[in-house]
Design a binder for this molecule. Structure first.
Ligand code: G1P
Length: 284
């Protein structure tokens, strides 16, 4: 079965990037010249997703504008003969009706954000992508869709033992290549309580039953409704795997991760690589 729909929770306040994110959604912060949310949307499209559902909040209208036509800008680029810029802005448009927005009225947690999209989902499995987790290399969701054979799936990576309290952590069962059977899940455990160092990264394929579970999910870590807790109650009822993706993940919710992502992505670019290398040699 194909994954046709993806949810992008973008309602977060972005407090770690103030003052930059006072009026600007954190998902619109650019890595080189593209906002984080556009990388996530492109990754979903590369995996075959056709419907893009954003769970937004107050002050997030820049995201809606970003994925809409800007007729003023497009005609100005046309008149000035800036063909490549025009192509860039036109290429990112999705077919009419394939982008939806639903509002999360309060920042009550990732599980709550995902649940807010329930009426747009119906009875099919759906992907969830967190734009903060930027993955360079092979599109992680595409890799997951290719490996997925029903049930729930989360992207996973190994983290340092002292960092478990920043992630959902997996209790691993059988490991088969990139696939890790998930036999337990806990949100943000202290290192001494963590069942492993295998962490969830922000890519999920979830069954529609997760929405039912979320509707009665009580608050968990940080006093928020956690997606991890809802997924944890699915263990044993439906197959559940972690997928160790091949790309490099940057935590763009942190300043260091965001700066590293900018450098890593700039180094991928022919127009920036050499001047950047030269400047860095002089700097260090
Ligand atoms: C969320 C999830 C967590 C996951 C993390 C990945 O946490 O709740 O399980 O490991 O994303 O980035 P957040 O970073 O939103 O606190």
């Amino acid at each position: 079965m194909k994954i046709r729909k993806a949810i992008f929770p973008v309602g977060g306040l972005g407090t770690r990037f103030l003052p930059a994110t006072k009026a600007l959604p954190k998902e619109m912060l650019p890595v080189v010249d593209k906002p984080l949310i556009q990388y996530a949307v492109e990754e979903a499209a590369a995996a075959g997703v056709e419907e893009f559902i954003f769970v937004t909040g107050r002050n997030k209208s820049a995201i809606e504008d970003h994925f809409d036509h800007s007729t003023e800008l497009e005609s100005a680029l046309l008149v000035k003969g800036k063909d490549s810029a025009l192509q860039t802005v036109q290429a990112m448009m999705k077919p009419p009706g394939s982008v939806s927005y639903v509002r999360q009225q309060e920042p009550a947690g990732l599980g709550h954000a995902v649940w807010c999209a329930r009426n747009l989902i119906g009875s099919e499995p759906v992907a969830v992508l967190l734009a903060d987790d930027l993955i360079l290399g092979e599109p992680a969701l595409k890799e997951m869709c290719e490996a997925w054979n029903g049930g729930n799936m989360v992207a996973t990576m190994n983290v340092e033992a002292e960092r478990t309290s920043s992630y959902g952590i997996v209790t691993p069962g059988e490991i088969n290549g990139n696939l890790i059977e998930v036999t337990g899940l806990v949100e943000k455990p202290n290192p001494e309580d963590a069942p492993s160092t295998i962490a969830i990264v922000g890519r999920y394929i979830i069954q529609p039953s997760v929405f039912t579970t979320l509707s009665t999910q009580s608050k968990g870590a940080g006093g928020e409704i956690q997606l991890t807790d809802a997924l944890s109650s699915e263990i044993g009822k439906t197959p559940f795997f972690g997928y160790q993706f091949s790309g490099t993940r940057f935590d763009c919710g942190s300043k260091l991760g965001f700066l590293q992502a900018n450098l890593a992505y700039a180094f991928q670019r022919d127009d920036l690589k050499e001047p950047l290398q030269k400047w860095l040699r002089e700097l260090i």
